[in-house]
Ligand binder design. Structure first.
Ligand code: FES
Length: 91
């Protein structure tokens, strides 16, 4: 499959690693984290039933974080993400 080079990208800053990356706008946030090698422990795989993919997110222009299910959310703006340390899966 060939990448769409004209696709718009957004920036992600991911704590606690201080990881900065760029991913396609509209990409599911769980998939975006997976692409960076970040996986959730005991997650249901994205059907929204387990609640274990919960992260805190702050979109560009907003100082406050809100909790979301990453499997049910997609990237629309530059974001800062707090990944809960207790959910880090060591591979
Ligand atoms: S992976 Fe289970 S609710 Fe998101």
């Amino acid at each position: 499959m060939q990448a769409n080079r004209s696709q718009e990208h957004v920036s992600l800053y991911i704590e606690p690693w201080g990881l900065e990356t760029s991913q396609p706008k509209g990409l599911n946030i769980m998939l975006a984290l997976n692409k960076e090698g970040i996986y959730f422990k005991n997650a249901c795989g994205g059907d929204g039933s387990c609640g274990r993919c919960k992260i805190e997110i702050s979109e560009e222009g907003n100082q406050e974080y809100q909790e979301i299910l990453s499997c049910k959310s997609s990237l629309s703006k530059d974001v800062r993400i707090k990944f809960p340390p207790e959910m880090i899966l060591d591979l």
